[in-house]
Write a protein that binds this ligand. Structure first.
Ligand code: TYD
Ligand code: MG
Length: 453
């Protein structure tokens, strides 16, 4: 008889080793390996004669099924999903604890009037879920079924007695299969539970949501280990101290991964932000130095947003560089360009950069806005408040072309800005706009002249 081999699995990244090791060769974490007995699901015997019954199908013979989408009735959500939920899809909703995942799911369940939604909770009691629904001022709740259970085998028994239209599992890290020896939340439990839900979603053709917490310490399996199994990976993000929440699709087998949904957390739940530029600029203070408005493209939408910089002399030790919502390494690069090409000596200054509203932007088109804000704060001269800055900065201090310039200009004009500074090379693809002056610049020095005077 073949000897069943135990294996050791890194609880941080899922790396499998035949022996116990102290440091993971894959993710370099220490003491993350846990012994896991082989799962009984894997030791399957091939049924005799089964091979003769399966056959490949000529692709030509298959009909295209245009699956009707199930609307969540939350526009921002449907957009991110690519137009609604696809029946039979397994969707992972990831995010930091406390960001609002359970709230989003409950709000969606409440909006899907007429559909039977089964909400499986492994974290909160049914009473707590009910309290949340009350806080969301729910009226129609009779088609929402609650189940507080973590044993997936029992859960599936319950589900098979009456198949709902949609299932929400909150959260995947609390679910377990009794056949496996490892604890709930371990890599093998999370993986096997997901595999089971995946099979269920496909055979019953209903959408299943699984919530996954992002864990920083890495001792409990994060949603990463199941990203490859699910159809769609959504991420809910935002800064804890701000109300704005952004929903992104990191992977979507049924739609684009470009779209984002913007929400604002209120005391009665999440509200859709239909006009993001207005919302993000609403707290802008005019006439202070270190603030520039940029036009960024998030998904297919242009968003105007304020980028702020604060430059102060370093009081002791090494100068600090600190960013919120912007890539730290990109800031270092911009500081180096400002030093070399503009002659700003920032070596004895602390530099803080903040994207207002708590959103994260990783688009190089906001480079120019950041550089101008830094120069503005250093010189204590405010940036022209009726202007918008757009452009990627190259290592030579040149302003490089950005995509979708027309949309950026339109948005700036729509919000009443009088002038927009853009890369010179973008001018040829732009038509003139009423009410807004378009200024093309070749270099960062030229842009500073335009915006800082
Ligand atoms: P929750 O959905 O429980 O987060 P997660 O499931 O991602 O862990 O919500 C977390 C926070 O949102 C919590 O601190 C309370 C706050 N909240 C509101 O501000 N307004 C509301 O209407 C609700 C339901 C929650
Ligand atoms: Mg929750």
């Amino acid at each position: 008889m073949a000897k069943i081999q135990t294996k050791y699995v890194c609880q941080s990244c899922g790396y499998v080793s035949p022996r116990w090791v102290g440091k993971c060769p894959n993710c370099s974490e220490w003491n993350t390996f846990v012994e896991e007995a082989p799962s009984p699901l894997r030791v399957s015997k091939k049924p005799a004669g089964a091979a003769s019954r399966i056959e490949p199908i000529p692709m030509e013979r298959l009909e295209t099924i245009d699956a009707p989408r199930i609307k969540t009735n939350i526009d921002e959500f449907d957009r991110v999903l690519g137009g609604g939920l696809v029946p039979g899809s397994l969707i992972l909703l990831g995010g930091d604890p406390g960001i609002g995942k359970s709230t989003l799911m409950m709000q969606m369940a409440l909006e899907m009037k007429g559909l039977v939604v089964l909400y499986i909770t492994g974290e909160e009691s049914v009473q707590q879920i009910k309290l949340r629904a009350e806080r969301l001022q729910a009226k129609e709740t009779k088609s929402i079924l609650l189940l507080a259970e973590t044993n997936l085998d029992l859960i599936l028994d319950v589900i098979e007695r009456g198949i709902p239209d949609l299932i929400i599992v909150d959260s995947i890290q609390t679910m377990y299969r009794p056949g496996l020896e490892s604890a709930p939340g371990s890599v093998s439990q999370v993986r096997e539970s997901t595999a089971l839900l995946l099979r269920f979603a496909k055979t019953e053709n209903i959408p299943v949501f699984v919530i996954g917490h992002v864990t920083k310490e890495g001792m409990i399996a994060g949603p990463r280990v199941i990203e490859h199994m699910v159809d769609t990976v959504l991420q809910f993000e935002g800064e804890a101290h701000y109300a704005y929440r952004i929903l992104r699709a990191l992977k979507n087998r049924y739609g684009s991964t470009n779209e984002i949904g913007i929400f604002e957390m209120h005391d009665t739940g999440l509200r859709e932000v239909k006009n993001p530029s207005e919302a993000f600029l609403s707290e802008r203070r005019y006439g202070t130095s270190g603030s520039t408005v940029v036009s960024s493209i998030e998904g297919s939408r242009p968003i105007l947003i304020e980028v702020q910089a604060l430059v102060t002399p370093t009081s002791y030790g090494v100068p600090q560089r600190n960013t919120t919502g912007f890539d730290y390494r990109r800031l270092s690069l911009l500081l180096a360009v400002l030093e070399k090409r503009v002659g700003l000596h920032l070596g004895s200054y602390d530099v803080f950069v903040n994207i207002a509203g708590g959103v994260k932007i990783d688009e190089p088109a906001i480079d120019l806005g950041i550089a101008v804000s830094i120069a503005s704060s250093l010189r204590d001269v405010s940036v022209d408040s009726s202007s918008v800055a757009v452009g990627e900065i190259g290592l030579g201090g040149e302003i490089r072309t950005v995509g979708q310039i027309e949309k950026r200009v339109q948005e700036a004009a729509k919000l009443g800005f009088k002038r927009i500074v853009v890369p010179h090379n973008n001018l040829k693809s732009l038509r003139p706009h009423d009410g807004i002056q378009i200024v093309g610049v070749y270099s960062i020095n030229e842009a500073m002249e335009e915006l800082l005077g």
